[in-house]
Design a protein around this ligand. Sequence first.
Ligand code: AOS
Ligand code: ZN
Ligand code: ZN
Length: 389
Amino acid sequence: MTELAAVKAALKTQAVETPSWAYGNSGTRFKVFAQAGVPRNPFEKLDDAAQVHAYTGVAPTVALHIPWDKVDGSNGYAELAKYAQDRGVKLGTINSNTFQDDDYKLGSVCHADPAVRRKALDHLLECVDIMDATGSKDLKLWFADGTNYPGQDDIRERQDRLAEALAAVYERLGDDQRMLLEYKFFEPAFYTTDVPDWGTAYAHCLKLGSKAQVVVDTGHHAPGTNIEFIVATLLREGKLGGFDFNSRFYADDDLMVGAADPFQLFRIMYEVIRGGGFTPDVAFMLDQCHNIEAKIPAIIRSVMNVQEATAKALLVDREALGAAQRGGDVLEANAVLMDAYNTDVRPLLREVREEMGLDADPMGAYRRSGWASKIAEERVGGEQAGWGA
Ligand code: AOS
Ligand code: ZN
Ligand code: ZN
């Protein structure tokens, strides 16, 4: 295989998971701007996700969020999985929610009250039951737990409570299931957060075992954080479970991945490839909210942005880079990396799509499909995704 053929082959195997909540209405705490045609239920979210996959060819799974995507009936999730399959997609990661209940004001699994902790744990265990029904491999855990004021609660005890809950969930996982622990440095808590950084997530996952992995949400770091270093470290330790991709300018902005800093995305993808992380064991998920832009095309654009960063990272001349690094040639090493970054990979990706039997231009193809006006006409009364509600 020529080198270019190998790059193309790799790009065809890429899988970017899209989040069900990105298809629904969302907003900031100031206002949710409703859009015409947004899905009214999880089934319609899958219809939209199927559009993204149909035009990109690399978005085969959809992350669900419980309870936002809760379905009724003993067979409900099996039916949802079948519905997805009939539309050419599959159900992916299950995201838990222990942050939208009055009981969780002072925390969920880290709460001082054992009854609240029990309620949160029961929800997490229910999520694993749902994974059994949907065939999902991963449970993604993000905890809004933390404190706002010094002295508000005991930092160490909260870690003990967290460890206890994580251990109970870990015990419940099946052999092929994993838990992905997400960290975020602040928000909604402002003084302490119980899983604030990769080190805390890593320490818990290490203690739990191989089915516990860390997930890196690109928007969850302080400005200036070298995310690719974290990625390299977690991969080295065999603890990188996946990504929540999005862009940030200020905090957890949840804007389109690759919009704020495509160079950072390239650097992250380079470390993924360099570290052997371009495998199904590292989940590439989007975690975004499209508050002011049209949702489906924004998700298509996001998937394309991930593809472009991946293509550039795959094009890095690793031999030349290694030689320059070993020779201490600082400028040449940097030039090799920048050459790949500065390559216009759009023609290559157009070829990849044509070889996959797709339209070379996913955005145009979606626009021409008429789907946007069809759903605007048919779907009346969309539901909120949950954010900013
Ligand atoms: C919250 O800030 C996190 O990014 C979560 O990953 C996610 O947005 C939420 O859990 C939606 O399911
Ligand atoms: Zn996230
Ligand atoms: Zn987030």
